[in-house]
Design a protein around this ligand. Structure first.
Ligand SMILES: [Zn+2]
Length: 361
């Protein structure tokens, strides 16, 4: 069911955020059907989306929870574990099971508790252990592809297509440092930037990056779950907290609190949202810096830092200790996340530099 059919039921604030007003009369609040489950209003169901076996790799499953609110409203998708070695979102999803009460909810939350089970169980950063593909580069996926592509297809067709908005939860991966940030999708090919902005700011993180979707190429090439949602016309937010395969509570709690605040911003939960922090730093886009050699990488920094064009961001040496490469920044900006190393391969990104915003926020 798309938002437009229910628009007569939702509150003015949500109408302003989702922007689809029509004159249809209110429908009775229906159960939420998904896969082979039917969730009555005011209840929750925990179940698996089944991903069938492929030609060369096994079946898998995607554990999800649907919280179907007692009152109607938008459908919000939250996805954790697209990268299976990024643990804080996966642990936050476990916490959210205890704190989202469908009896108090307006609308529906589809919580993908662990999108990429094989990568999690095998402790594989970035990639799927069977086909060695990055789930976040293969959307919309294929029903007859490799395991990674079949997982993407299930997420696209069963979760993203069913939702009015996507919030994708990530961390720095194994051997990646990361300063927490929110990514908000805007630009001419994105939809309802104001909704994404309001929900992104609800997470209360210091750094906000605006990704401007200007070309089809940007949306289509190596498409992520987020850009799948953009392609589907859904407001989209990326949340990045945590690093280096760690599971610290200090990474998990801001995700849980941010989701609850986002639900208040969307008027899916009662209560006043916590306002956006006054010291938010805004960035427009990012630039990646790559190694051109393979060996032992030593980063200049392992937490966010300001960097000038031409400044050193890291070195690569070979296994006999000989310096192979000094890597410098191509731009002025703020190093937001990067490779902790020590291994690096030629062509890999070693640091991502966010470009400070110039225009209005
Ligand atoms: Zn990730």
């Amino acid at each position: 069911m798309r938002l437009g059919r229910r628009a007569g039921l939702v509150t003015l604030g949500v109408l302003m955020l989702f922007g689809e007003l029509d004159a249809q009369p209110a429908l009775p609040h229906e159960p939420f059907a998904m896969a082979n489950q039917t969730v009555p209003p005011g209840q929750r169901r925990d179940f698996d989306l089944e991903v069938p076996a492929g030609n060369a790799d096994p079946a898998t499953r995607i554990p999800v929870t649907v919280f179907h609110g007692a009152r109607p409203g938008p459908v919000l998708a939250l996805t954790a574990g697209v990268h299976g070695y990024e643990f804080p979102p996966i642990l936050a999803a476990q916490r959210l099971l205890d704190v989202i009460d469908p009896a108090r909810l307006s609308g529906t939350v589809i919580l993908v508790r662990l999108a990429h089970v094989a990568a999690f169980e095998e402790r594989v950063p970035y990639l799927n252990p069977y086909d060695r593909k990055n789930l976040n580069h293969v959307f919309p996926g294929r029903p007859d592809g490799t395991q990674t592509e079949r997982i993407a297809w299930a997420l696209t067709t069963l979760v993203i297509h069913r939702s009015d908005m996507l919030v994708e939860l990530h961390s720095g991966d194994g051997a990646e440092w990361l300063e927490e940030f929110v990514g908000i999708y805007g630009g001419p090919l994105a939809t309802r930037y104001e909704t994404s902005r309001a929900v992104g700011l609800a997470f209360g993180l210091r750094n906000v990056i605006r990704y401007s979707m200007d070309t089809r190429e940007q949306i289509d090439s190596g498409r992520s779950a987020n850009r799948q949602a953009v392609a589907d016309g859904k407001p989209t937010v990326l949340v990045e907290i945590g690093e280096n395969g760690r599971r610290d509570t200090s990474f998990v709690e801001p995700i849980v609190n941010g989701v609850l605040n986002a639900l208040r911003v969307l008027e899916m939960l009662d209560g006043s949202p916590i306002p956006a922090r006054p010291d938010t730093r805004w960035f427009d886009a990012t630039a990646s810096v790559h190694a051109t050699t393979t060996g032992i990488f030593t980063p200049v920094g392992n937490r966010g830092y300001e960097v000038r064009k031409g400044a050193l961001v890291g070195t690569v040496s070979d296994y006999s200790g000989r310096l192979l490469e000094k890597i410098v920044s191509p731009v002025n900006g703020y190093a937001m996340y990067g490779l902790a190393g020590p291994p690096v391969k030629a062509g890999e990104s070693v640091v991502t530099i966010a470009i400070p915003a110039k225009g209005p926020q």
